[in-house]
Design a protein around this ligand. Structure first.
Ligand SMILES: [Zn+2]
Length: 429
């Protein structure tokens, strides 16, 4: 709490944290829950990078399964990415379609990003007014044809508009001119890694920084893989550019040296890089140069993922991990001497703050009573059959992780399969 561990009694009223009292002097209450000696209370995580895919690709993932997986992983708020569903969230009409489908299905709270694509510049303001948390765009082929990417000039115009709206522009930062399809070599991971070099990320991030600087707009770089971009981001922030950056549990967990050929369950874009790069990402997190960690939960069907002996050129890129982000990051943090309070900052408070959800992601008076009963020292082996997302494929299958979510509360109510989640809109509570 406030970035530290404390012994405390948390009083909840009407779904919000009403009082924080001394542990030995709990406030009077109709009902009391006492944690076990091996448990700690965390604020519910805020995962601002989740692809739900419903409607349109509901066989990949849907609102019921994605939010059930989130709750099982200690995540009480997700913000849905605008692509991979059909329609993508690029107009208010499309946003309403998604909200109508989600309503009545979600067990945690769900917000929506809008999409910035070619030819929808005039839709950004109405989407902003309709309550999206910002806009996601791609600077290269997104992988799905209904969500086009922005060339530099179109990106400049979109960034001008989001700056005018004071909306956050969220960018998939890889530059397609650096992508080398000829390096792909079937099942070999080394070929896939070589096809998406660090330079692709670094050039695209340079463009994002240039546009944020020129417009005074707010930008956020999603799923940073290359630690080589960190000095550039740090320097831009030091001169006042409003940019933030996230990385993901898989970049902090795996390394290219240990990814077997054909292991397409570990294919994502940008790719997982070498162990030395992973350690540099951890150092950047610890130094505050990387702001937050969110899942980029991006599932698909098992056949598209081509698990086991897959071709890296053909397999879908994306790692489904909304349920495993907390134990994965906590496992790595613990091994490196980082604290659970830091993990909570990276995965709950910082993402909530960056997208304007100041009443989420913290144990503080007035915040929503979204809470997690967590056993930080218990270990488990990932069994895909126990994961709640739709398709039982996981890059983490068989992996030993530390930290077990034993219960989750949303606004003070235990989360079960009852759809008590709300659809969130920016600026409204
Ligand atoms: Zn994504």
């Amino acid at each position: 709490m406030g970035g530290a561990d404390r012994a405390v009694s948390v009083g909840i009223q009407d779904g919000r944290i009403a009082v924080l009292a001394a542990y030995a002097q709990p406030p009077p209450a109709a009902r009391t829950v006492t944690l076990g000696d091996d448990e700690v209370l965390l604020p519910g995580l805020v995962d601002t990078h989740v692809h739900v895919n419903e409607p349109g690709r509901t066989e990949w993932e849907g609102f019921a399964s994605a939010t059930a997986a989130a709750a099982a992983g200690g995540v009480t708020t997700i913000v849905d990415m605008p692509l991979n569903s059909v329609p993508p969230t690029t107009t208010v009409e499309h946003l309403r379609v998604k909200q109508d489908v989600a309503r009545g299905q979600v067990v945690v709270d769900v917000g929506f990003w809008g999409g910035a694509v070619p030819d929808n510049l005039a839709d950004l303001e109405p989407l902003h007014r309709a309550g999206v948390f910002g806009f996601k765009c791609f600077l290269l082929d997104s992988g799905v044809e209904e969500f086009g990417h922005l060339e530099p000039e179109a990106f400049a115009r979109a960034m001008q508009e989001t700056a005018r709206l004071d909306a956050l522009m969220v960018v998939h930062a890889e530059d397609g001119t650096f992508i080398d399809q000829s390096a792909l070599d079937g099942v070999r991971y080394a070929g896939f890694l070589a096809s998406r070099p660090r330079a692709a990320e670094e050039a695209a991030i340079r463009l994002v920084l240039d546009r944020a600087r020129a417009t005074g707009g707010r930008a956020h770089v999603v799923h940073l893989s290359s630690a080589g971009a960190v000095p550039m981001l740090r320097a831009a922030r030091a001169e006042g550019v409003d940019v933030s950056v996230e990385t993901c549990p898989h970049y902090l967990t795996f390394d290219a040296e240990h990814i077997g050929d054909g292991a397409t369950e570990l294919k994502c874009c940008p790719p997982i890089r070498e162990a030395a790069n992973r350690e540099a990402l951890w150092a950047a997190l610890a130094a505050g140069d990387v702001d937050l960690v969110v899942s980029d939960h991006s599932p698909c069907t098992a056949d598209l993922k081509q698990s086991g002996g897959g071709d890296f050129g053909a397999a879908w890129g994306g790692i489904a991990s909304v349920q495993l982000g907390l134990p994965a990051v906590w496992t790595g943090a613990h091994e490196r001497g980082r604290s659970l309070a830091e993990v909570v900052h990276w995965m709950a408070t910082a993402p909530a703050d960056r997208c304007g959800l100041a009443h989420k992601g913290r144990i503080a008076v007035g915040a929503d009573a979204d809470l997690v009963r967590f056993a930080p020292d218990e270990e488990f082996t990932v069994d895909v059959a126990r994961l709640r997302h739709r398709n039982p494929v996981s890059a983490y299958a068989g992996r030993r992780l530390r930290g077990v979510v034993r219960a989750t509360w949303l606004r003070g109510v235990p989360v079960d399969d009852t759809p008590r989640g709300r659809l969130l809109e920016r600026g409204r509570r």
